[in-house]
Ligand binder design. Structure first.
Ligand SMILES: [Zn+2]
Length: 372
């Protein structure tokens, strides 16, 4: 009798566990809170939880008090909460000194000349100790908030030395190779440190894009900042993860100098935004496969999906920022991700999801996809 009871309990336990597992882990990038009240945030988070979102990568500036307020509400609604704060872009931040900003190959600073003229492209130099100290302290204050589960790094990279192909038309560029005006960082410290390390005066080199050590020097600058932040966050028993470019080898390293397979963080959220690369859903699977293979499946990879906000207008809209996955592609994008080794997915953004998207999403996240 006792044995039967134990057996019954065991079966119950197995079925409960597998019941949980049948839902794909889903995160969402979300910004706020704007003027939303606590009860409005509560309603928003409750709704997302019901729709199948397990955790938020939430962007709300840099103020710990704001994160504390929002994280508390998110936790009450059963959501994981990661503070999503850009790392090497510090726009409108009065704490940043002009000399901390990155300098391109023709001597221009992103302080007053943001790359591509884009307002959110004021990049700081990851080789400046003051920048790294500032970032460590800023993230440390956020990681200290009890309800915050983790720190989510973004713009943890150099400016795009080569833009994704789908963005060329928007900026009127053909970026078939590296051009000096988009290549960073040539500040005095970077140039001097590289010379001291390798003996090469990079400013005297005709085509710096051919110097492998110069590339590696900059991969290492980003990696060392990430690993320093990881050490600090882990010392507080919190998680740290990052939004990364797809790859790492085929894209992230080449266009934004992210050698993310060397980063000591807990999870990766590659922005597998297929429309930016003029690719379809199969490519999303290829990118997931490359990521998990490169890191030997040692950490979870959540496949970042870019959702089209107004599907009926996509064909006629020239701005790639308004493109993204159509409802008819969403299921295939999730399937491709999961069959190619992703641990789950991350939506950019829930606000862009249509009612049709949510119906398809709900069904897809309860499907058991088998890793191929
Ligand atoms: Zn520099």
């Amino acid at each position: 009798m006792n044995k039967l009871l134990t057996f019954g309990l065991l079966i119950l336990l197995i079925s409960c566990t597998s019941g949980n597992k049948s839902s794909i882990p889903c995160y969402a990038w979300l910004g706020g809170p704007g003027k939303a009240t606590d009860s409005e945030l509560k309603a928003e988070f409750k709704d997302l939880r019901k729709k199948g979102i397990d955790g938020l990568m939430y962007s709300a500036g840099r103020d710990p008090e704001v994160y504390s307020r929002i994280a508390k509400i998110a936790k009450e609604e059963g959501l994981e909460f990661h503070a999503w704060i850009p790392t090497l872009t510090q726009n409108n931040n009065p704490d940043m000194k002009p000399e901390w900003f990155a300098i391109n190959g023709i001597g221009e600073s992103t302080y007053d000349k943001p790359t591509f003229g884009a307002g959110h492209y004021h990049f700081v130099c990851p080789n400046r100790p003051e920048v790294c100290d500032y970032l460590e302290q800023m993230y440390s204050r956020i990681a200290d908030i009890p309800e915050v589960d983790g720190i989510h790094l973004d713009f943890i990279r150099f400016p795009d030395v080569i833009l994704a192909k789908g963005l060329w038309k928007k900026y009127g560029l053909v970026m078939d190779r590296e051009f000096p005006q988009f290549d960073y960082c040539y500040c005095d410290k970077c140039v001097a440190d590289f010379k001291a390390k390798t003996g090469i005066d990079i400013k005297a080199v005709q085509d710096p894009s051919q110097v492998e050590e110069w590339k590696q020097f900059r991969y290492d600058l980003v990696t060392s900042l990430v690993n320093r932040l990881a050490l600090m966050v882990h010392s507080k028993n919190k998680k740290i993860n990052a939004a990364v470019f797809p790859g790492p080898n085929s894209i992230a390293k080449k266009i934004v100098r992210q050698e993310w397979d060397k980063w000591d963080i807990d999870a990766f959220y590659p922005m597998n935004y297929n429309d930016f690369y003029l690719e379809g859903t199969k490519w999303i699977g290829d990118m997931c496969r490359e990521g998990v293979t490169t890191i030997n499946n040692s950490k979870p990879i959540y496949s970042g999906l870019f959702i089209c906000p107004e599907p009926e207008k996509k064909a006629g809209d020239p701005d790639p920022e308004n493109h993204g996955l159509l409802p008819g592609e969403l299921e295939e994008a999730i399937k491709q991700s999961m069959e190619n080794g992703a641990a789950g997915i991350c939506l950019f953004t829930p606000e862009r999801m249509t009612a049709e998207d949510w119906t398809i999403f709900k069904k897809a996240i309860h499907t058991s996809y088998v890793k191929q």
